[in-house]
Design a protein around this ligand. Structure first.
Ligand code: PLP
Length: 397
């Protein structure tokens, strides 16, 4: 009879998904962007650029729409993009991958990572992440019913202690998720650190999922994919995305490369998450990946200049910063200004100075533990950054 049916609840292995996902409400990024909008503040919180990406990439998407690329693309992604991803891996890292079977196009890096966790972890599996960590990892792990094991990166330089990594691994550990260049710290993992991670993965038979969405936003040093380190190609899923490289965060076109067995497992899950995505954007991203070296160099160079501008401005305003080697984020310590709780300050900032930043607490296992750190983005125009640092001077007490 109508009215007597039980409410629909999703159960996985005896635990309702809604319960498992408790605490994963609106992301703090969306919350801070809404706050910026509401208060008319400068938004240095969420990481999206305020300028369009390369014209030829945008034009290629328009052309694709006009020429009818508007229906479901093939499940693994359009052939041209899979080919372009394979060419890109060879050109930048000397890695060979077969566009048929070793490359999968996904709805952004987010889907690739979530699908990898869902594909390879069981309820009760453990997944190692480096803390602070990008928020979607925790949600993906919770969705899979797996457990998160966080290994701290030590401020101010966010170094990794391999002993802590070893200690975090148990017989239930299945996977390590590595993000380099790293959001929110801007750290680029060194070759020594990558080798320490590789050693643990091989010793303990772990799969590595590497989130490399900032691979082309590196200013100091070099980005080295974990998959290129000895013994890692066969156990690594390498994930990246068009979002940051081509300033198209709204397109949600990402990809994963790796051994056919692992990529196939991700594809099995992707089929039932989104099936396919972004048909007209896929050829456009292929065009982007084939842009000359000068494009990739100038993107990094322009961001490097803005990194220096924002870091200098933050220091002048009284923050302590550890200058990031990559990404478009900088972590700023509010301690020298006399604040202990970054989250509380972040909520007051629109009112006090008309600037929005993201509290670093959002990247920690316990977001309620106070940390004086704030994350600012510098993927904004010079004039916007100038005005933001001018306003931040008002935080001095
Ligand atoms: C570390 C990291 N991974 C993944 C993403 C999301 O990538 P995409 O938009 O391709 O899903 C972001 C976006 O901010 C990010 O910072």
């Amino acid at each position: 009879m109508f009215g007597t049916r039980p409410k629909l609840v999703l159960y996985v292995d005896g635990v309702a998904l809604v319960t498992r996902m408790r605490g994963f409400g609106t992301t703090v990024f969306a919350e801070m962007s809404a706050l910026a909008e509401r208060t008319g503040s400068i938004n240095l919180g969420q990481g999206f650029p305020d300028q369009d990406g390369p014209a030829e990439v945008l034009e290629a998407a328009v052309d694709a729409i006009r020429s009818g690329a508007n229906q479901y693309p093939p499940g693994p992604g359009v052939e041209d993009l899979r080919q372009a991803v394979a060419e890109h891996q060879k050109r930048f890292y000397g890695v060979d991958c077969d566009p048929d079977g070793e490359v999968l196009v996904t709805a952004g890096a987010t889907e690739a990572i979530t699908a990898a966790v869902l594909a390879l972890c069981e309820p009760g599996s453990e997944v190692v992440v480096f803390e602070p960590f990008y928020d979607s990892y925790a949600a993906a792990i919770a969705l899979a019913g797996a457990q998160r094991r966080a290994v701290p990166l030590q401020p101010p330089d966010w170094s990794l202690d391999p002993g802590r990594l070893r200690a975090a691994v148990s017989p239930r550990t299945r996977m390590v998720i590595l993000n380099s260049p790293h959001n929110p710290t801007g750290k680029v993992f060194s070759v020594e650190e990558l080798d320490a991670i590789a050693e643990v993965c091989q010793e303990r038979d772990l799969v590595a999922v590497t989130d490399e969405v900032y691979e082309h936003l590196v200013f100091d040093g070099q980005h080295v994919p974990l998959a290129t380190r000895e013994g890692m190609a066969e156990r690594t899923l390498t994930v990246s995305s068009a979002a940051k490289t081509f300033s198209v965060t709204g397109w949600k076109v990402g990809w994963v490369t790796g051994p056919a067995g692992l990529v196939g497992a991700v594809r099995t899950v992707k089929q039932f998450l989104t099936y396919v995505n972004g048909a007209p954007f896929q050829p456009a991203v292929a065009a982007g990946l084939r842009l000359p070296d000068s494009f990739f160099a100038s993107t990094a160079w322009s961001l490097r200049e803005r990194r220096d501008q924002l870091c200098a401005g933050l220091v002048a305003a009284g923050f302590a910063v550890h200058v990031p080697a990559g990404t478009y984020f900088v972590m700023a310590d509010t301690g020298p200004l006399g604040y202990l709780d970054g989250a509380a300050l972040a909520r007051e900032m629109p009112e006090r100075c008309g600037v929005v930043a993201v509290p670093a607490a959002a990247f920690y296992s316990d977001p309620s533990a106070p940390t004086p750190l704030l994350r600012f983005t510098f993927c904004k125009q010079n004039a916007v950054l100038d005005e933001a640092v001018r306003r931040l001077q008002r935080l001095r007490r």
